[in-house]
Design a protein around this ligand. Structure first.
Ligand code: PEP
Ligand code: MN
Length: 342
């Protein structure tokens, strides 16, 4: 950490800060410049709340040099993490390797016919993962809340029939156990990115976790949330950029494509892009899916439905199956252009 003192800081003020830093277990190295004093603190500052130094009299700025997360940091695994999936002997997939993963499915599982038609399409297009919500975090309590376990049973059947892996959102701790037989990957939704009790519990699970960025979360907060899962011993975490809320109203969310290279630089964890929630608009999903792959995403997650207009959830951002098939063809070209396969 670095503490920059104000030009007019007195010796007493400087000493008070040095004393507080040392009390916090930090080694202090002082540089007295012609106009300003700089205090460099070395030691384990990860757990320190640096803002408490900011309010000391005479302090101008406090900066953190090392990241507050450890296990999620790139330095911990410079070569990058590849999350391996296995369901039985035959269905295997990886996220974070050379191949860009395609995760697609309905926002919500609705019925057998719907999920089977979608599974067939995902497999046919070359995708490896079937997504579908069974427990839906809807903004309104009067909206369709999902089929629950009955929906997961249908998704598992459809995925097994087509050799796909399944991804579904877990909203609370009590659902984990019941979901285990049906999901190959637990999704943590944007609204739960900081549900720390849920994250801790998922740290005990031995299945991959897809952690979505919160609606108002910084990248550092996303990485700190992943640290909750990693520190429990579950190292199979995949991050997801799904758009954040900004002042812009032309799209449902603002898809932060730059978050992809930022995460790649700061962390070893794979990251996928979700252009469906990222834009909220069917006509903009293909462009942002391609942008995500071009930016280095390890996969894309896309909402699709045979009758997209009539989807019970997120209809406006859901692609029809033929639109999805066309998009995957285009993504293949982009992937090749950035040295990946699909
Ligand atoms: C979803 O994937 O359908 C979903 C609810 O996503 P998010 O948590 O990003 O809103
Ligand atoms: Mn959705």
């Amino acid at each position: 950490m670095i503490v920059a003192m104000q030009e007019k800081a007195t010796e007493e003020e400087i000493y008070a800060v040095i004393e507080a830093m040392e009390e916090a277990g930090v080694d202090v190295h002082r540089t007295t410049g012609a106009t300003q004093t700089i205090l460099a603190g070395v030691g384990s500052t990860a757990s320190l709340d640096l803002s408490k130094f900011e309010v000391f009299p005479g302090v101008m700025h406090v900066h953190r040099i090392s990241a507050p997360y450890k296990l999620a940091g790139r330095a911990w695994r410079p070569e990058g993490t590849v999350v391996e999936f296995a369901n039985g002997a035959h269905v295997r997939a990886r996220i974070g390797g050379e191949q860009v993963a395609i995760i697609a499915g309905p926002c919500a599982i609705e019925n057998r016919e719907q999920i089977f038609a979608i599974a067939k399409c995902v497999k046919g297009a070359g995708g490896g993962f079937l997504r579908g919500g069974a427990f839906k975090p809807r903004s309104s309590p009067y909206s369709f809340q999902g089929l629950g376990i009955a929906g997961l049973e249908l998704m598992r059947e459809a995925a097994d029939a087509h050799g796909l892996l399944t991804v579904s959102e877990v909203m609370e701790i009590s659902q984990i156990e019941a979901m285990l037989p049906y999901v190959d990957c637990f999704q943590v939704g944007a609204r739960n990115m900081q549900n720390f009790n849920l994250l801790r519990e998922l740290g005990q699970v031995r299945k991959p976790i897809l952690l979505k960025r919160g609606i108002a979360a910084t990248i550092e907060e996303l990485l700190l949330s992943s640290e909750y899962i990693l520190s429990g011993g579950n190292y199979d975490v995949i991050l997801c950029e799904r758009g954040i809320r900004t002042y812009e109203t032309a799209t449902r969310n603002t898809m932060d494509i730059a978050a992809i290279p930022v995460v790649k630089k700061l962390s070893h964890l794979p990251i996928v892009g979700d252009p469906s929630h990222g834009t909220g608009r069917r006509d903009m999903v293909p462009a942002m899916a391609k942008a995500a792959v071009a930016a280095g995403a390890d996969g894309v997650m896309i909402e699709i439905h045979p009758n997209a207009d009539k989807a019970t959830s997120d209809a406006a951002q859901t692609l029809f199956l033929d639109q999805f098939e066309k998009l995957v063809g285009e993504l293949r070209v982009i992937a090749a252009a950035v040295g990946r396969t699909l």
